[in-house]
Design a protein. Sequence first.
Length: 332
Amino acid sequence: MAKATITIVGLGKRGSSIGLALRAPELDFQVIGHDKEAVVAKKARSLGAVHTTAWNLISACETADVIILTIPFDQVEPTLKAIGQDIREGCVVLDTSPYTLPGLHWAEQHLKSGAHLVGIALGRNPEHMQDQTHGPDGARADLFANSPCCIMPAATVNPAAVKTAQDIALLLKADPYFLDPAEFDGVSTAVHLMPALTAAALIAPATASPGWREMQRLSSTHLLNLSEPLEDGGAALAQAAMLNKASTLNWLDITLTGLQMIRSWVAEENSAALTEQLEMALKMRDEWLAAWRLNRWERNSTAAEIPAAGGLFGQLLGFRPPRKPAQSGDSQ
């Protein structure tokens, strides 16, 4: 029976973690890695995240049955353009970037007929949700286990490609579900882009302040954690803001309204109103973290049910999702 080849483009923390999960002893994939940084690729290979690496992007992708993109958002279109006509017929490209609609549009432009792109968003294992280690050194085989995996296919995509995305999620021990790409991008603007824009709005004036010499020495981890989303890179964040202009402007207006309200309470010395707002925000944060730790979420997805037809792994490997252990009293 043929061995499926999976190529991971981008071997940082996410890409290397995917590789470690897909190289579990019970699986039989050929996992190829590519990263434009040779040091990162070498580290991922030494950790066992991939069988081999290819310096040339096209060489890494041309024999792959599945290509998983774990690269900054601004690198997605150039990558699809570079590999689009050299990948195999029927290849499934999984885009893990935080915005799906642009990727689907680029796929229509650049991928050869018969190849498919599906957007996926991988959640974080509650056990690792506050781990700030970056690069391959932060890779964990269970980084995405016991967490949601959102799948955002185009309406016209081949159901077998969608099933392949589901199979990958299950192999990562994640919990797959569907969401409309446009709805996902709106949500992603709030949870991915806005923290970075908010951080930029504070960090720039803070570092330009005459008091920065003292601030940087006395700063707690609060400022450091706030600024972490900026590590996605200025070009990627700016492109995301422009390509999701309506959603970005909406969330900027919402955020500015909230800040103006807080400003008015401080100006008016309305301690009671400010205290109530801060305590409510903390309560909602605690509830959110509790739900995250338990992987308990309300599902509002309007997408179709997961396809029952065998995907690419079913064709190549006779793949079946791993069975959950039987509960006490279940029939064997």
